[in-house]
Design a protein around this ligand. Structure first.
Ligand code: ZN
Ligand code: ZN
Length: 334
């Protein structure tokens, strides 16, 4: 019997159901785990995603996109294949895809994390026979500190910059990470401003009832604004642009799982790194793989060969899923 899901030139495909999951090329029917650019691509005829994810797919793929929605846990049968979406805890609305056909269950995790995060639906463990897991941080060196402690360090950094008369510019991906940062910082310290790229997703989070502190657009700041008191949330890369000049003296920091490794921080050219990730670290990845009960594990996104080798040595049937090459820098929301 052929596999329920297999890789084709357009992406991961369910032949029995006639749909793709996070396809790379435009297809007839795309099931989308979440709206980061390496998962949701414009041009497909029809999209299926979680209701909470739909506003972000519209932002990414265009207002006119044909999107149908599933609530988490709701089942839909397509050509005899039963499909459902389950919270992945990565960003708001992010889903794992459960596919069942003739008693065989596959789960595609998309990007996921198990850590508590007030801006997303909590990760749901879904048991399955075959698991396709992301491995963005699939090396033993990646172990996240407690997020609350990391947010304390961010607040302390902001306060120290205020004393030193420097504007605090905190960088994180505009969809997901920026909102998690906004929810986690101490808004009592001073005013919060955001780069234009952060505003749309932030409003979409608010529209869905996620509580975030007041945020003003940098572009609408009054001329006499006291920048050194402010925290500015911006997407990565902003630090290398003329946009930064308005802040005069600034301190830059990047919030990402990549900041757990010293050399990467140096390469990004930021002064401070905070280890806040929306992906599982190594221990969480291993826990989830074991808890799903899957006997077969296909690995993708990131350190797929390392993870597959490790799982094989522990007796699982594991191999990397051959996918289109993606460099680590392309991974959004990390
Ligand atoms: Zn993502
Ligand atoms: Zn991703």
């Amino acid at each position: 019997m052929s596999d329920l899901l297999s890789v084709t030139p357009s992406g991961l495909y369910c032949e029995a159901g006639g749909f793709y999951i996070d396809p790379w090329r435009p297809v007839e029917r795309a099931v989308v785990t979440h709206a980061h650019s390496d998962h949701a691509r414009p041009g497909s005829k029809r999209y299926l995603c979680s209701s909470a994810c739909a506003p972000f797919v519209r932002l990414r793929c265009g207002e006119e996109s044909a999107i149908s929605c599933l609530e988490f846990g709701e089942r839909r049968t397509i050509n005899g294949v039963t499909l459902s979406l389950h919270p992945a805890g990565h960003i708001l609305g992010s889903a794992q895809v459960r596919v069942e056909h003739q008693g065989e269950v596959w789960v595609v995790t998309g990007d996921y994390k198990t850590e508590p995060d007030p801006t997303v639906e909590p990760f749901e463990l879904v048991r399955c026979h075959t698991l396709i897991t992301e491995c963005t941080f699939g090396l033993p060196v990646y172990r996240w500190p407690e997020a609350l402690a990391e947010f304390e360090r961010i607040n302390a950094w902001w306060a120290a910059n205020q004393s030193a008369g420097r504007t605090s510019v905190l960088m994180g991906y505009s969809l997901g990470k920026a909102q998690r940062l906004l929810a986690g910082v101490d808004a009592g310290l001073g005013p919060i401003f955001a780069h234009g790229a952060v505003l749309g997703p932030t409003q979409a989070y608010r529209d869905q009832g996620i509580r975030l502190p007041p945020v003003r657009p940098v572009s609408e700041a009054p001329l006499d604004v006291d920048w050194p008191r402010a925290l500015v949330v911006a997407p990565p890369g902003a630090e290398a642009t003329p946009w930064m000049r308005r802040f005069r003296e600034s301190a830059t920091a990047f919030a990402s799982g990549w900041m757990a490794v010293r050399g990467i921080k140096r390469r990004r050219g930021v002064e401070r790194g905070f280890v806040i990730s929306d992906h599982v670290d190594w221990p969480a990845l291993m826990e989830v793989v074991a808890a799903t009960g899957a006997s077969r594990v296909l690995t993708t996104h990131g350190y797929s060969a390392v993870v597959a080798k490790h799982l094989s040595e522990r007796g699982l049937d594991s191999s990397p899923l051959e996918t289109q090459f993606r460099g680590e820098a392309e991974e959004e929301g990390a």
